[in-house]
Design a protein around this ligand. Structure first.
Ligand code: GLN
Length: 307
């Protein structure tokens, strides 16, 4: 859409316009700008600008926008058209069925990462059978806390440790823990990977930065300009964080404990090799050592510390 047409379409989002027409106009505007999910983006932004639920937008399709709602909607639309993801505009993202606060200091949690939480939940009976004391899971580079907070919410009796090098990220993780009622079971600690941990852990989870430094410039604008660099860059070959974790993994995992880590496309075998050399084992029967995501890409590496 040429710039002047976009400006006109934006200006049409004004007081008095019925919400459903505003939603449709916005979706058209976004489709022209070519994002992946224009209809969903438009609906979420209309909901946020008006305070109406999805159901209310349908039931009260003719309700006119107030001047304030229209101004908010235009501001949101401009930001989206400039490449800012809807989750960043709203400051929240749904992950594993729960809403998480996100800020510019944390990675926007991705749907692929839900696989890590699912895999950890599959280990629950094995972990609980092994020890009498409450199990402890650690999330390395916790960011928003999406992984560990989801896991604690799904697994009563589990205790968690959220580690991150960024204090503002830890504050977001803490608020998300409070929001989902698991704060009493979660300790948030600043640290450089495993440095503050003495062990022993039953589960070690991580979605570390894994993009090779030279690939960062080629990432989509949504990612490159809005996810923190610290949460993306995995150093020269993308594997720096895994090496840092592998150095102490065996020492802090309990015998029978598990490491579960997300990996980038094409990295699964190299990452598995790195942790095998660090003394972990590919167990395969309880969990395959490489779990594919919905696109069939090896996405989670799962290895065990032998008894
Ligand atoms: N653990 C967080 C997440 O998966 C942050 C990951 C990161 O910053 N690389 O959302």
């Amino acid at each position: 859409m040429p710039k002047t047409d976009a400006a006109e379409a934006l200006a049409a989002l004004r007081a008095g316009l019925p919400v459903e027409r505003a939603r449709r106009a916005l979706a058209g505007l976004m489709r022209a700008a070519n994002p992946d999910t224009p209809a969903l983006d438009a609906r979420l932004l209309v909901q946020a600008a008006t305070g109406l639920s999805h159901a209310a937008i349908i039931a009260e399709a003719d309700r006119p926008l107030t001047a304030e709602q229209a101004a908010r909607l235009r501001a949101f639309a401009r930001r989206r058209l400039a490449g800012e993801p809807v989750s960043r505009i709203l400051g929240r993202r749904e992950f594993f069925g729960r809403v998480f606060e996100i800020t510019p200091h944390v990675l926007d949690p991705r749907p692929e990462t839900e696989l890590l939480v699912e895999a950890a939940l599959r280990l629950r009976p094995h972990v609980e059978r092994l020890h009498a004391t409450p199990p402890v899971a650690c999330d390395l580079g916790a960011g928003s806390g999406a992984i560990i907070v989801s896991l604690l919410a799904e697994w009563p009796g589990l205790h968690g440790l959220a580690l991150d090098i960024s204090p503002p990220a830890l504050r977001v993780a803490r608020r998300n823990a409070v929001r989902h009622g698991v704060a009493r079971r979660l300790l948030c600690v600043r640290g450089d990977w495993l440095e503050p941990v003495g062990g022993p852990l039953n589960l070690m989870l991580a979605n570390p930065p894994y993009i090779p430094q030279t690939d960062i410039a080629a990432l989509r604008r949504e990612v490159r300009e809005h996810d923190p660099h610290l949460a993306l860059s995995g150093g020269a070959d993308g594997l720096m964080a895994y090496r840092a974790i592998a150095r102490r993994a065996r020492a802090v995992l309990r015998p029978g404990g598990w490491l579960l880590t997300e990996v980038g496309a094409g990295q699964a075998k190299a990452v598995r090799e790195l942790f095998l050399r660090a003394g972990l084992t590919a167990e395969e029967t309880v969990l395959p050592s490489i779990l594919p995501d919905l696109a069939g890409i090896g996405r989670v590496v799962a290895l065990k510390a032998n008894n």
